[in-house]
Write a protein that binds this ligand. Structure first.
Ligand SMILES: *[C@@H]1O[C@H](CO)[C@@H](O)[C@H](O)[C@H]1NC(C)=O
Ligand SMILES: *[C@@H]1O[C@H](CO)[C@@H](O)[C@H](O)[C@H]1NC(C)=O
Length: 223
């Protein structure tokens, strides 16, 4: 019975004497403690969404300014200097192929740097030769030609593939594949650089050795 009146008194006296007027130490921090946190969170969210929007716009603007395109590999020329199957002690392929590889940078504003280039030669999915060439850079719109000498010496191929070789020699159309791997860096101005791997796949058809000429070539380059 005695506690209820005092309780009521407190409740009544508080609204009558607002804390601000009397500067009550216990009452002031309560509202101000909760508010800065919500404010900080609001500011954080605003900053975060602004940062995301600005980053997105920056990427879009860089894309629109530079219009980046992947560099390409073409086989501009090839000569099958030699090629025969050795059946003395098993079934082995020997071949000698010269390739003129055309690396083109189709960009108008992006420079390209190849730090690592490897070209592998395949006959019917069997790796028969490989070559790595020193890296180089290419300005926008530039084309670089590199001559590669692929030598195949006593590479084991099965009877089925040897029969395929002889059949193609009879038709004077020898099909091979050139697969390329390139460590590539795109330079957007001087500040922004992006490094990635590029893979090229070229199908080439040559006439019979010696002096086999390039009859057709088609390449695909992708990331
Ligand atoms: C290399 O490729 C580029 C781009 O397709 C082409 O314009 C150029 O003529 C090619 N160069 C040679 C020597 O084939
Ligand atoms: C490729 O080799 C397979 C055996 O691995 C053979 O059956 C096929 O005929 C060959 N293809 C050509 C185009 O020679």
């Amino acid at each position: 019975m005695a506690s209820t009146p005092t309780h009521n008194l407190n409740k009544v006296t508080n609204p009558e004497n607002p804390p601000t007027r009397h500067g009550l130490a216990g009452a002031v921090p309560k509202p101000s403690k909760a508010k800065p946190l919500t404010w900080l969170f609001g500011i954080f969210c605003t900053l975060l969404s602004s940062a995301i929007i600005i980053a997105g716009l920056t990427v879009l603007i860089i894309y629109l300014i530079f219009r980046p395109r992947s560099p390409h590999l073409f086989i501009s020329g090839a000569t099958l200097n030699a090629g025969h199957i050795d059946t003395d002690m098993g079934i082995y392929l020997n071949a000698d192929l010269t390739i003129l590889a055309n690396f083109s940078n189709p960009n108008h504003k992006v420079n390209i740097f190849f730090s690592y280039i490897e070209l592998d030669l395949y006959f019917n999915n069997t790796l028969i030769a490989a070559q790595a060439i020193p890296g180089f850079s290419e300005r926008a719109g530039e084309t670089v030609l590199r001559s590669l000498h692929m030598v195949t010496s006593e590479v084991v191929i099965g009877e089925a593939k040897a029969n395929g070789w002889w059949k193609q020699v009879n038709e004077n159309k020898i099909a091979m594949e050139v697969r390329g791997r390139f460590r590539t860096r795109s330079d957007f101005g001087t500040l922004l650089h992006i490094t990635y791997w590029l893979y090229s796949h070229c199908s080439i058809v040559l006439s019979d050795p010696p002096g086999g000429v390039l009859l057709s070539s088609s390449c695909r380059t992708k990331r």
